[in-house]
Ligand binder design. Structure first.
Ligand SMILES: [Fe+2]
Length: 569
């Protein structure tokens, strides 16, 4: 079996990458940030590691790299949670939704980097977004006071169901995200989503409950147009109240999800705290990520990346057997798709309530396990996207467990699940019609991770800082970190010609390996976190709040408060 086993154990390291093939485009530049869970975190699910952040510099010889080499740098983000665990490890233990502790729910912050101008945030689904310093990669501050978010459980560290993909509004100058409050626990957990708005400064957030929305799982992604926010449950990660109580997992993905459209004007006009009503649409099969075209002049148009029968809540256990009855070799990884991948473009008309399927991409021979994608995230690129670049992991029977097959017995078509694994691919499709523009097939032992679009000529005359001279996603490069037991490498593709293969490959020295990587994002340059009015840990870890803790734990919290105060002052 050939997926890289090293991804579940490799220790993160700073590496100076070297050109191993081709030539690095002279015009490429900027910094790529990648989020990842730290494999060293205790627990049996590798998606629940404490947040690491990596930064790849696309200019050679910078950030300490030798001449002609490219700095791949990392840091374990020193959040209050991490600092507390370092001081009192016995107060922390792995749980079914990530680490839990006597302090409350640690913010693992391991899923996605989110640039906002000169600032960089990192996210995950069970915690607040938090800001890091783009240069040092150190923790800077969390977003929104914990008492405003409200916590599902008491504690200094709040238990917050949010989204790993907030959006930055290019015109309103705010961050939109969500929180979900459990409204029912049995027979299954159901949550009510609230829209969250943060202006970028200070500890205050505004929130509105979406009156008609009830969802059984995580809203992993939200997306926006100029006038609308779109919120949807991603079918593929559901908390299981039974599992939280120590029983076997019984919750499954739904085959469809409701998409809630909330008009931004309605939020502007509604006092925070008062309910808003969303327009509802239903999309199938289940999907993880979805991205709207920002310009909604001609209607709301969204690309959905379907992940049918891929259940991220169903981790692979050491005693599991795979599809072919073999012992599994990736315990702690997530079970991959039991159905082929698909993408679709759908338009929604909130006035008539109609939705239209504009295009579908599906090829069961080649496209399995759609994972992550990239696009031109500049305001100009989001308004008029041209190409969308997707990494698929291929069909991997060794990640389909007998337990998953039993749980999804009545929905899996066993006749299409073959014995042989198939390779991963990077494909580029037209954003509107999903026409295939590029298709690069990897070796079967390669695991390409999150692709990142890098525009050509960023900040050109008349363009925003993140936009190239010809925005949309076709003019520039797609950079793909690739995991392999034989050694980590990074492929650089011409964004318009992915099918030609990489124009350059950077390789880690001496076959160094890198742990599992999640989402990535590009930033035109990395400067120190700019001055801003930010929430301080001391605003939450007040003397009064610490009286609820045993003396020894309170003492550690005071030390963390003091250490962070020196930085956050
Ligand atoms: Fe994601």
């Amino acid at each position: 079996m050939s997926l890289p086993l090293s991804m579940l154990a490799a220790a993160p390291a700073d590496l100076d990458l070297e050109v191993a093939a081709g030539e690095m485009p002279a015009a490429i530049g900027g910094e790529i940030f990648v989020s990842a869970p730290d494999p060293a975190t205790p627990g049996d699910y590798r998606l629940f590691g404490e947040g690491l952040v990596f930064r790849l510099s696309l200019a050679p010889g910078t950030h300490g790299a030798g001449e002609g080499r490219y700095a791949w740098r990392h840091r374990r983000i020193d959040t209050p949670s991490v600092r507390l665990r370092d001081k009192r490890p016995a107060a922390f233990a792995p749980g079914p939704t990530g680490m839990m502790s006597s302090y409350g729910a640690p913010n693992l912050a391991n899923t996605a980097p989110l640039p906002w101008g000169e600032r960089m945030f990192v996210t995950w689904d069970v915690g607040r977004p938090l800001e890091i310093d783009p240069v040092t990669l150190e923790f800077v501050a969390e977003v929104g006071h914990k008492d405003q978010w409200g916590s599902f459980l008491p504690g200094l560290l709040p238990f917050v169901f949010s989204t790993a993909h907030p959006v930055v509004d290019p015109e309103r100058g705010c961050m939109w995200t969500v929180r979900q409050l459990p409204s029912e626990m049995a027979p299954r957990m159901v949550m009510q989503p609230w829209v969250v708005r943060w202006g970028g400064e200070g500890p205050d957030i505004d929130m509105w409950p979406v009156e008609n929305a009830r969802v059984p799982g995580m809203m992993h992604t939200i997306t926006q147009t100029r006038d609308w926010l779109l919120l949807a449950e991603s079918g593929m990660f559901r908390p299981d109240a039974g599992e939280i109580a120590g029983q076997d997992r019984s919750v499954t993905n739904d085959a469809a999800a409701t998409v809630y459209l909330v008009r931004k004007d309605l939020l502007d006009q509604t006092p925070p705290g008062q309910a808003v009503v969303a327009e509802e649409f239903v999309v199938a099969p289940e999907f993880g990520h979805y991205y709207a075209r920002y310009d909604d002049t001609d209607g709301i148009e969204v690309i959905f990346e379907h992940q049918e029968l891929m259940d991220l809540g169903l981790k692979i256990r050491p005693q599991d057997r795979d599809l072919l009855g073999r012992p599994v070799d990736l315990p702690g990884f997530y079970g991959q798709g039991m159905a082929p991948a698909a993408a679709s473009v759908i338009s929604f008309d909130p006035e008539s309530g109609k939705q239209n399927d504009i295009a579908v991409l599906r090829d069961p021979d080649r496209y399995w396990n759609l994972q992550l994608s990239t696009m031109d995230w500049s305001a100009e690129g989001q308004s008029a996207p041209t190409l969308h670049h997707i990494v698929m992991h291929g069909y991997r029977p060794q990640t389909i467990t007998q337990r998953a097959l039993a749980l999804y017995e009545d929905r899996v078509d066993r006749s299409i699940l073959g014995d042989e694994e198939t390779p991963a691919r990077l494909i580029s499709v037209e954003r509107d019609g999903l026409g295939l523009v590029g298709d690069h097939e990897y070796a079967v032992e390669d695991l390409p991770t999150s692709p990142t679009f890098v525009p050509r000529d960023p900040g050109a005359a008349g363009r925003s800082r993140y936009a190239g001279s010809d925005p949309g996603g076709h003019d520039g490069w797609v950079v793909v970190p690739v995991l392999r037991d034989a050694g980590f490498h990074v492929d650089v593709f011409d964004a318009a010609r992915a099918g030609d293969g990489p124009v350059c490959t950077l390789a880690a020295p001496a076959g160094a390996q890198v742990p599992l990587l999640l989402h990535s994002a590009w930033m035109p340059s990395a400067g120190s976190a700019p001055d801003a009015d930010r929430l301080r840990f001391a605003d939450e870890a007040t003397d009064e709040a610490l009286t609820a803790l045993p003396d020894d734990l309170a003492a550690a919290a005071r030390e963390v408060r003091s250490d962070l105060d020196a930085r956050q002052a």
